[in-house]
Ligand binder design. Structure first.
Ligand code: MSP
Length: 495
């Protein structure tokens, strides 16, 4: 049993992990963050806060992927000659945006940092010493959008399905190759024996088929590139951006620099990725780790894609919503709630302003906000602000358990059932009638249960809506409850 912030007791059996290491993909810096890219970081933030609440020692890593061709293109577009200066500026835009949104990362890794480069060199050496790097000729297609070598079988109408506006380039050059195919069987066996490795389970077949049919040795360098980490001991070869970028998950926790930290946090517990980059994370990445003799992450979770009002997010559709703009219209907690409630995590979904407004008004302002306001006002009016919480049906542990399993919308649905119950209980017992009949003990019993329910539900919501939860707990945890002057979720007016 443990004591929660409100002094209530609950079971601490939800997590027996001592440490919790969660990662996001690192972001390309050719564009500023938009709601799609911020989504993964919000989910990681929810998990980080949740595990801190459960008493785990958390490492939440995010950062920027800077050694990409996209950085050269981005600098050119911005009219900047100095690529390093460009990526430094863009990287801090990401960092500052995440901070402004209250995202509680523990480390922000940059792939142009010296510590990352050192980790990459060390890792490269391990793989080379194992005999898994050899010279060869690469001849084939390269998609600049994916930053990946692609095969004819990947193409749809002659174009990459993820980047139909970018013609794949034909490349023929001498490269270094990573002997990924040597790990094919071991990987398939790992996926088979560890159902939690590829999540959601619906993605497993896609990965297994890919590894069986298409997973070959991978070219891990590019010739005569002006930007990136040079392959150690190989003049004229620069490491392929994915080989370098994936290693941020190791360099971010001290690989090669701080062995204690590294052995404490690695392997990662949850690596969040978008569905477009699942192959890199569930095939290339674990093969690299197997070659280097390192343990594999416990779970790689691929989420779906958000569209905006039905359209793919992108500059060409002129719909890249800046999360900082959204924050001006809605408290950011509202956006977090919406993103996690509206679409079951893992599936694709639409960010519709109409749906956001509906969720805001009905779930947040009407159901939750009103419940807290009514409770505070009635407790002040009928009980002089004094009421003890009365233990009642709890939702917290069940909801947190669902959140631990990344079933955010299911957990939130459960919490809202309790919130609805509380509102209905007030409506049916009508404390204003009980007051006329001077039935104070009935009012005390009712509001005691309501107080407990608000505390219990709000403690479950802490990781999803941290600022709101703090505000609500301050209201309901006071010795003497007073009516709330300002609505917790003010009414929105259309311009
Ligand atoms: N740099 C690589 C990742 C390297 S990780 C070793 C990359 N960067 S990215 O900036 O293009 O994308 C980062 C993440 O944002 C990916 O997980 C991608 O799937 C996600 N999203 C980009 N647009 C998105 C939406 N519209 N909706 C949801 N997620 C989106 O890939």
């Amino acid at each position: 049993m443990f004591l929660t912030s409100s002094g209530l007791t609950g079971m601490l059996s939800l997590s027996n992990m001592k440490k919790f290491y969660v990662t996001t993909p690192i972001y390309y810096v050719n564009d500023k963050p938009h709601i799609g890219t911020v989504y993964t970081t919000i989910v990681a933030d929810v998990l980080a806060r949740l595990h801190r609440q459960l008493g785990d020692e958390v490492m939440f890593l995010t950062g920027t992927d800077e050694n990409s061709l996209k950085s050269i293109e981005g600098a050119k577009k911005a009219g900047m000659k100095d690529i390093q200066e460009y990526v430094t500026g863009m990287s801090s835009t990401f960092r500052e945006t995440f901070l402004a949104l209250g995202l509680s990362f523990d480390r922000f890794i940059r792939t142009t940092s010296n510590e990352h480069k050192k980790a990459v060199e060390l890792f490269y050496k391990k793989v080379k010493d194992k005999g898994d790097i050899y010279k060869g000729f690469y001849e084939g297609l390269y998609c600049r959008g994916c930053e990946a070598f692609i095969t004819e079988s990947d193409l749809v109408d002659g174009k990459c399905p993820f980047h139909p506006n970018k013609e794949p380039e034909k490349i023929r050059e001498e490269n270094l190759f990573f002997r990924a195919s040597a790990y094919r069987d071991q990987l398939l066996e790992h996926i088979d024996k560890n159902p939690s490795f590829v999540q959601p389970a619906s993605r497993k077949n896609e990965i297994v088929n890919y590894i069986k049919d298409h997973f070959t040795d991978v070219s891990i360098t590019r010739q005569s590139m002006e930007w990136g980490i040079p392959a150690p001991d190989e003049s004229g070869q620069v490491l392929y951006v994915w080989f370098d970028a994936l290693l941020n998950y190791l360099s971010g926790v001290g690989f090669g620099l701080d062995q204690d930290k590294f052995s404490k946090f690695w392997p990662a517990d949850v690596q969040l990725v978008g569905k477009d980059i699942i192959k890199f994370h569930c095939a290339l990445w674990p093969a690299m780790l197997l070659s280097a003799g390192l343990p594999l992450p416990r779970t790689v979770y691929a989420h779906g894609f958000y569209t905006v009002n039905g359209q793919k997010i992108g500059k060409s559709n002129n719909n890249t919503i800046d999360p900082l703009d959204l924050k001006k219209d809605y408290p950011f907690d509202t956006i977090r709630y919406f993103l996690l409630r509206e679409i079951p995590f893992g599936e694709d979904g639409d960010f519709s302003f109409e749906r956001l407004k509906i969720r805001y008004e009905s779930d947040l302002a009407n159901d939750y906000g009103n419940l807290v306001m009514r409770f505070a006002a009635m407790t002040e009016k009928y009980l002089n602000g004094i009421v003890e919480p009365i233990s009642h049906a709890t939702v917290k542990d069940a909801a947190l358990k669902l959140f631990v399993d990344l079933k955010f919308s299911d957990g939130l649905e459960l919490v809202w059932k309790r919130i609805s119950w509380a509102n209905k209980e007030i409506d049916s017992q009508k404390p204003w009638v009980l007051a006329k009949e001077e039935k104070t003990s009935e009012i005390r019993e009712l509001l005691g249960k309501i107080r407990f329910t608000i505390q219990d539900a709000t403690e479950a919501l802490q990781c999803i809506m941290p600022e709101t939860a703090k505000k609500v707990l301050e209201i309901v945890n006071q010795g003497k409850i007073v009516a709330v002057a300002e609505p917790i979720f003010p009414k929105k007016h259309d311009e």
